[in-house]
Write a protein that binds this ligand. Structure first.
Ligand SMILES: [Mg+2]
Length: 359
């Protein structure tokens, strides 16, 4: 990522939980709504989460303490209590805020491209609006703010305060969910799930020349970043599922795997391509190290890694598929109940574009 891109990336989100009537921890697709919001923000490299909450809302501290361990990316999450209305609560929280940050209502989920919202907000504030189903009016579902603009927030009745000046607007056309009594928008729970692409790593994202455990041995597959970006643009979750018995065999460490994983994700992010989550399996039944010697339901052709991701994210299984370079990848897809596409190692973007033309 270039220095300019780094400066523009918005790293903080404030989730407003200021209405005691709302059920912020209610499950949507079996996942607490606040967790979904944090996961979604993490897809856009947000790593600082502030829950601005009414004192009367129970369970938030325990939720905030437990959540980071369940997430793919490291992030900090804090709970700040406030009895003020949204605009005043944000103004009072100013010392905790970055120069630029996103704000969303913690009882509302909408398909907002936070990168596009950030780009619109380069010289001021930007608002993502969604249309209500009942009266077709537009309401804000997310806003990207500059801290210096906090004093221009209006004490509007909306749960998300917006600045007084005319700001850039991004219209959200995807599904919107709300929880709690008096929901702002019609709930489209069934539409909320998104299809996912499960990518094998070695032989798909990068050339497989055997047990890749360090950055110096990484050679990207032609078209890899373009393929991931295309999948992002088409609205797919992009997950990586990779057998890494090289760890169990003692060829490289778990820490080395995670270092390479971070490097790969960062390189792709700099090219505008997001990996949303990843699972790896270090186990193998035949290795010497007893810590890693086991039959694992996560090791492909078993489907454990795919099923775990399907539990962690609201995945539309019927429209999801796997891309791998081995028969064990195809078997894992079959065992997880999704389609499998065998990649022969040419150009990944061309391969993915060909698959998408069938869906
Ligand atoms: Mg492979």
């Amino acid at each position: 990522m270039s220095a300019d891109e780094g400066a523009r990336t918005v790293r903080q989100i404030v989730l407003l939980c200021l209405d005691r009537e709302m059920s912020y921890l209610a499950p949507i697709d079996d996942i607490p709504l606040l967790q979904l919001l944090v996961q979604e923000a993490g897809r856009y490299r947000v790593d600082d989460v502030l829950l601005l909450a009414q004192p009367g809302i129970a369970g938030l501290d325990a939720f905030a303490a437990a959540l980071p361990a369940q997430l793919h990316r490291p992030l900090s999450i804090r709970v700040e209590r406030s009895t003020l209305p949204p605009h005043a609560a944000l103004q009072a929280a100013s010392p905790l805020l970055h120069d630029r940050f996103h704000v969303m209502d913690g009882s509302l989920w909408a398909e907002v491209d936070l990168d596009r919202l950030s780009a619109l907000a380069r010289t001021g504030s930007a608002i993502a609006m969604a249309r209500r189903d009942d009266d077709n009016s537009a309401v804000p579902v997310a806003v990207c703010l500059m801290r210096q603009d906090l004093d221009r927030l209006t004490p509007a009745s909306s749960a998300i305060p917006v600045p007084t000046d005319g700001s850039a607007t991004l219209v959200v056309n995807g599904p919107v969910c709300a929880v709690g009594p008096g929901s702002h928008l019609t709930t489209h729970r069934a539409q909320r799930r998104k299809p996912a692409v499960f990518l094998d790593r070695d032989g798909v994202l990068n050339i497989d020349h055997g047990y890749i455990g360090s950055i110096d041995r990484l050679v990207w597959m032609p078209g890899a970043a373009d393929a991931v970006r295309l999948l992002n643009e088409r609205g797919y979750y992009v997950f990586v599922v990779t057998n890494q018995s090289g760890i169990g065999r003692g060829l490289f460490s778990d820490a080395a795997y995670f270092e390479l994983r971070r490097e790969m994700h960062d390189t792709l992010a700099a090219a505008g391509a997001r990996i949303d989550d990843e699972r790896h399996c270090p186990f193998h039944p035949d290795v010497a190290d007893p810590a890693y010697r086991r039959v694992s339901s996560w090791r492909k052709p078993e489907p454990g890694m795919l099923l775990d991701l399907m539990d962690a994210w609201p995945v539309d299984r019927a429209r999801s598929f796997m891309i791998g370079d081995k028969s064990s990848d195809m078997a894992a897809a079959r065992n997880a109940g999704i389609a499998g596409h065998l990649f022969s190692g040419d150009n990944l973007h061309d391969f993915v574009a060909g698959i998408l033309s069938q869906y």
